[in-house]
Design a protein around this ligand. Structure first.
Ligand SMILES: [Zn+2]
Length: 486
């Protein structure tokens, strides 16, 4: 990318709220039900029906607003946004415009060890649209069907200030925001199922310019990786266009993850195109300050605070603490295992290296379903620490725990996996290894320290990993001393 431009990025994040019922009616919001089984006259836009505001959705909005340092507006109001949605029976969406639920917040993010404060312009509530199901691919479909189950599901839109300057910052902001809504339990954060969606506004300008360049909106990015790649691509595209003297058109582009590029979807509409006006079917929403304080009192420990606590209480490095708090499920998992352990740092190593090898760090469901439960992991580590099994045996036991869901103790007892620390038994094995590898012995004597590691490895191999490595180590040194140097 050309350094001739400063990149300006703002993100709009839509989060589906985990309420049991929809934003303005009592229909269920459960994901995956058969099409059009979760609808009623209100969310189908029948004449004569009236919407009713979901109190829990407002509470979730307030909760999130407080967590991202926004001011909750005492007086706010819903508005009609006019737009033809083939999957929105009312042909307008109830959203918020001039008087959103909350405004003027910020979120601190960490990128490459440095902290950056990203402004939050607003947080507002609205309703989701339904879903079009195309027969075959979008390009070749002969017909499309519509599923209204999602129409009317509560959505929270969080709009950032154009404060991000790199794709990495955008990805870090989205990760932080996702972690917050999941910690708050207001959204499940599942980007693949569409519970969390992100649009990015990107523009380029000359360094030092005070006016923003023309912005392009990118939609359809359903993973952190897609967000980063789409923005990277778009920066290059705009820089190339500007370099060759083209004008950037204000438009909405779609990210195609398979082809790795963005394609123009439509010229971008402006706010006035939507003919917003106050929703006549709903009274203004008064949020009493007592209610705000009540919600504030229920705020849980947030990711940033938890990260700090992990470095203090469990002596984790900043990096480990960052990974361990990436999702609430993972942080809970680590903490449950660490609480019962004398060595939390070892627990962190096992969680970050072994558990994360089998479950993605931000997949709450996968973490909850991990066959090795935190108490079982603590049990496994305890067996290493009391010398029952070696670290290498523990890795095999861990694999078996993953496959069977059994405790480490049960596997060790059944398979008779006990570490050999008996010096008489091990001396014989050490002797055999030394006579099998005379070159390694001489290398070690000549000052090549890593040769010892090789010999330890051979003893471990001939004992099927059952030897106690510390005992093997001292026996090897002891016997090598006695051997002549040639
Ligand atoms: Zn309904």
């Amino acid at each position: 990318m050309s350094d001739a431009y400063e990149v300006v990025i703002g993100l709009e994040v839509h989060a589906q709220l985990r309420t049991r019922s929809k934003m303005f009616c009592g229909c269920s919001t459960a994901f995956g039900a058969p099409p059009n089984t979760q609808t009623c006259p209100v969310c189908q836009g029948m004449p004569g029906t009236l919407p009713v505001i979901n109190r829990r959705a407002v509470e979730f909005g307030i909760k999130t607003a407080l967590a991202i340092n926004c001011t909750v507006n005492a007086d706010n109001r819903f508005a009609r946004k006019h737009y033809y949605y083939p999957d929105m029976p009312k042909n307008y969406q109830i959203s918020q415009y001039e008087e959103p639920l909350a405004e003027h917040g910020y979120l601190d993010i960490e990128v490459a060890g440095a902290s950056r404060r990203i402004g939050i312009q607003r947080l507002h509530l609205e309703e989701d649209v339904g879903k079009l199901v195309h027969e075959g691919s979008l390009e070749t479909a002969q017909s499309s069907q519509v599923d209204f189950n999602r129409a009317g599901v509560p959505l929270m839109e969080i709009v950032s200030m154009p404060d991000m300057r790199t794709p990495e910052e955008a990805a870090a902001y989205l990760k932080s925001l996702r972690a917050i809504v999941v910690y708050l339990d207001v959204c499940d954060g599942n980007m693949e199922e569409g519970s969390l969606r992100c649009d990015a506004n990107i523009s380029l300008r000359r360094p030092g310019a005070t006016e923003y360049g023309t912005k392009v909106e990118i939609k359809n990015m359903n993973s952190f990786r897609n967000v980063q790649h789409a923005i990277e691509y778009e920066i290059k595209r705009q820089a190339r266009a500007l370099d060759s003297g083209e004008r950037i058109v204000q438009e909405t582009r779609l990210w195609d993850p398979d082809k790795g590029h963005t394609v123009s979807m439509r010229s971008k509409e402006f706010a006035h195109d939507y003919r917003y006006f106050p929703e006549p079917d709903l009274p203004p929403l008064d949020v009493a300050s007592a209610w705000i304080e009540q919600v504030r009192a229920t705020l849980p420990e947030l990711p940033a605070a938890r990260r700090q606590r992990f470095t203090k209480v469990y002596a984790l490095s900043a990096y480990d603490a960052d990974v361990a708090t990436q999702s609430k499920g993972l942080a809970d998992y680590f903490e449950a295992a660490a609480t019962g352990s004398a060595n939390p740092k070892t627990v962190a190593n096992w969680v970050l290296n072994e558990v994360l090898r089998v479950v993605p760090p931000d997949d709450e469901k996968a973490i909850a379903a991990c066959p090795v439960r935190p108490a079982d992991l603590a049990g496994l580590i305890a067996l290493i620490e009391d010398g029952t099994i070696s670290g290498r045996m523990a890795k095999d036991v861990f694999e078996k725990m993953l496959a069977s869901g059994e405790s480490a103790r049960a596997i060790v007892d059944r398979e008779g996996l006990v570490q050999v620390a008996d010096t008489v038994v091990l001396s014989t094995v050490v002797g055999t290894v030394l006579s099998t590898y005379p070159k390694a012995v001489q290398d070690y004597k000549a000052g090549n320290k890593p040769s010892l590691g090789f010999l330890v490895g051979q003893v471990m191999k001939s004992t099927s990993g059952k030897a106690n490595p510390a005992v093997v180590n001292s026996l090897l040194i002891e016997q090598i001393e006695k051997l002549p140097k040639v």
